[in-house]
Design a protein. Sequence first.
Length: 94
Amino acid sequence: QVLQSKLAQVAMRQEDITAVTQCMDELALAALHLGPHWRVQPFGGVANGFGMQGSDLDATCYVEGMDASYAPVATQEMRNQLLPLLFANPRFKV
């Protein structure tokens, strides 16, 4: 019971959940600039339910169904197209 109380004190608040949702939406919108098959997927504490108040959001971008040989091209697309969009968005810390 003490443990549950302590966990409840540090659990993500509604405002944290809202921020994560908005961030994922903005990331997905930015990824669309790369093409319709690009996806954004969260991972880490926020994605697996272990996120706490103030947790950062870990996310990755990928091409759905991508062949491994496309990886160098995908990396260049992210570097040349996605990264400038993220740097230009004041809501992101890159």
